[in-house]
Write a protein that binds this ligand. Structure first.
Ligand code: GDP
Ligand code: MG
Length: 596
């Protein structure tokens, strides 16, 4: 296809604003999917199958569209929907010239819409504002058209109104995509350069890589080079998705499609990398490549210690499909053998944990998530700490922690509570704008460590569920941070050590000591529980010893009852962990680590 007949675009929307439904409707209206084959959420269906490893994910679908006697080729590129994957979103946007900004006509703009809109603007995309769900009785198209127009600086009359459900306005939207979005530009005679915007592991075909060709042409059977690593591969197959994969004779300037080289690991086909021909290839990569950088670390342990090999194999498998996942073995006195695992953020952590539990039938416990700290000692050495147990001994000159730039959207009546919450999380207000008299956008910088845990839940409960949040990494800052240890009878319990701001150390210590006091059964002797910064104790609780007569009562009398008890105790013993001379059921540690 000649570039002037190509339009590459994405749809940006907050979750549930109807992106999948609209995408399905477009596939149907352009005839890519026949009406009778049309199932609700065609693209999402592919998603579920991909999880099971049987189909290629429809990351970029090609659709024909006729306007004024010309047949155009529209490439719809999917973007991941969540904050943890900002880099992937930015690469998907970089593969497009235009973005459809889709907003629910009954809800208005939300934080995720805004964050992605800013990213689209940074990538110089043309924006078409669209209100969706105009069929809903609760829709307020006029009101939200004003809001959208105010935000992107257009006339409220230019905001399109559609219903993905009924199809109303969707044909007009397709016409506007052709009219308003610029065609791709590139040099057809230059060496091939294509940007990878996604890569997915498929059990049968190996890694399927999604690319947008910028210059030149890629052809099947040629050798290609991944410019970040200089690794070369044979291009076994190249093609387009419409809506199933269709092999092609080549992909030229502005085209979007997939390629297969037979590699088995997404790390060999990295998002953001540039693909070129191995012979007479390009010398300069397209800009913007970044290694995935884990932001949050947590220990993952099987609750049943004998599951450790299953956990190891499961992580090895997941890694094939997830270039951002990193891990190494770790042992804990409290929890046994496990792994220290790095994630892009909390959602990524939850997804990985859920997949491990669901697909590999594992029961897992995760330790408190930790961000990455750089600790500089008095002798100028700097240690990168992803686990509180690596926190260096010795005099510390400074510690830096990662910071995010957050966007919060909420009804203006909640400004006060949001400010209070952000202040308590060491937030710094950058600015505030009213989208309308009733709705406000607040921008904050916040330490990542303060929001990874329960910030979103706190925000939701303070705003009766109305606030939405998005954030992106924004560098580092120095802060007055300390490591707090928890000790049982003088012995550190590694799984409970944490790094917190000095002002919050006391609260953490009191909370943990209190929890453990309730969870650890009494022993034959008194057990002190302490929380300490270095050698300075900041909180203390005591588990009192079992009194002799209680024991006597328990084991007196009926002999068979006594045997039963002893057997039970033996079984229980397997799950006991020793911390110094204190015997603790593993359940107590697990309960103390789970969030309430
Ligand atoms: P996504 O999360 O943005 O992909 O949103 P979905 O396409 O999954 O839609 C979210 C919900 O809104 C689903 O229950 C859809 O049936 C519903 N929905 C989507 N588009 C429309 C629409 O135009 N009208 C109405 N009434 N409901 C819609
Ligand atoms: Mg969806």
């Amino acid at each position: 296809t000649p570039p002037d007949l190509i339009r590459n675009f994405c749809i940006i929307a907050h979750i549930d604003h109807g992106k999948s439904t609209l995408a399905d409707r477009m596939l149907q209206i352009t005839g890519v999917v026949e009406e009778r084959a049309m199932r609700a959420q065609y693209l999402d269906r592919m998603d579920i199958e991909r999880e099971r490893g049987i189909t290629i994910k429809s990351q970029a679908v090609r659709m024909p569209w006729e306007l004024e006697d010309k047949t155009y080729c529209l490439n719809m590129i999917d973007t991941p929907g969540h904050v943890d994957f900002t880099y992937e979103v930015s690469r998907s946007l970089a593969a497009c010239e235009g973005a459809v900004l889709l907003v629910d006509a009954a809800q208005g703009i939300e934080a995720q819409t805004l964050a992605n809109l800013y990213l689209a603007m940074e990538n110089d995309l043309t924006i078409i504002p669209v209100l969706n769900k105009i069929d809903l009785p609760a829709a307020q198209p006029e009101r939200y058209a004003e809001e959208l127009a105010g935000l992107i600086g257009c006339d409220p009359g230019d905001v399109l109104k559609v219903s993905g459900k009924t199809g109303a306005g969707v044909e007009e939207l397709l016409d506007e995509i052709v009219r308003q979005f610029p065609p791709p530009v590139g040099n057809a005679d230059a060496p091939a350069r294509a940007m990878i915007f996604d890569s997915v592991y498929d059990t049968y075909r190996g890694v399927v890589t999604y690319v947008r060709v910028v210059d030149g042409e890629l052809k099947p059977r040629e050798r290609i080079e991944m410019m970040s690593t200089r690794a070369t591969h044979e291009l076994l197959e190249i093609g387009v998705i419409s809506p199933e994969p269709v092999p092609a004779k080549g992909l030229g300037v502005g085209e979007v499609g997939y390629l297969i080289t037979g590699v088995k690991d997404v790390r060999q086909s990295r998002v953001g990398d540039t693909v070129t021909s191995a012979r007479d290839g390009a010398t300069e990569a397209l800009g913007g490549y970044q290694d995935p950088k884990p932001m949050v670390f947590s220990g993952l342990y099987p609750i049943d210690g004998s599951d450790y090999p299953i956990l190891r194999d499961a992580l090895d498998k997941l890694k094939l499909n997830d270039a951002a996942l990193v891990y190494e073995p770790e042992t804990s006195a409290a929890l046994g053998f496990g792994f220290r695992v790095g994630f892009l953020g909390m959602l990524h952590l939850e997804i990985v944990r859920e997949r491990l539990e669901r697909e590999f039938d594992l029961d897992l416990i995760s330790t408190l998530p930790s961000v990455v700290y750089d600790v500089t000692l008095d002798d100028d050495r700097t240690v990168t700490v992803t686990n509180p147990s690596e926190f260096p001994e010795g005099k510390i000159a400074s510690i830096t922690e990662p910071v995010v730039r957050a966007t919060i959207l909420a009804p203006s009546e909640f400004i006060g509570s949001i400010m209070e919450l952000c202040q308590s999380r060491r937030g710094n207000l950058l600015g505030m704008d009213y989208l309308s008299p009733e709705r406000v956008e607040m921008r904050y910088t916040l330490p990542l460590a303060e929001i990874v845990f329960d910030f979103f839940d706190a925000l939701k409960s303070k705003t009766r569920g109305y606030a939405s949040l998005d954030y992106e990494p924004d560098g580092e800052q120095t802060a007055d941070l300390v490591k707090v240890d928890v000790l049982l009878q003088g012995d550190k319990v590694d799984a409970f050590s944490t790094i917190v701001h000095r002002d919050k150390a006391y609260a953490y210590g009191v909370m943990m000591a209190g929890k453990l006091k309730d969870l650890i059964p009494r022993q034959q002797f008194e057990v002190p529980i302490q929380a300490a910064i270095g050698s300075r104790v900041i909180a203390r609780e005591t588990i009192r010893a079992i009194r002799k007569d209680v024991l006597a009562k328990c084991y007196g009398g009926d002999i068979s009852r006594k045997r039963k008890l002893l057997e039970k105790q033996k079984e229980g013993k397997k799950r006991m962990k020793m911390v110094g001379s204190v015997e603790v059921p593993q359940e107590a540690f697990i309960a103390a680590l789970s969030q309430d």
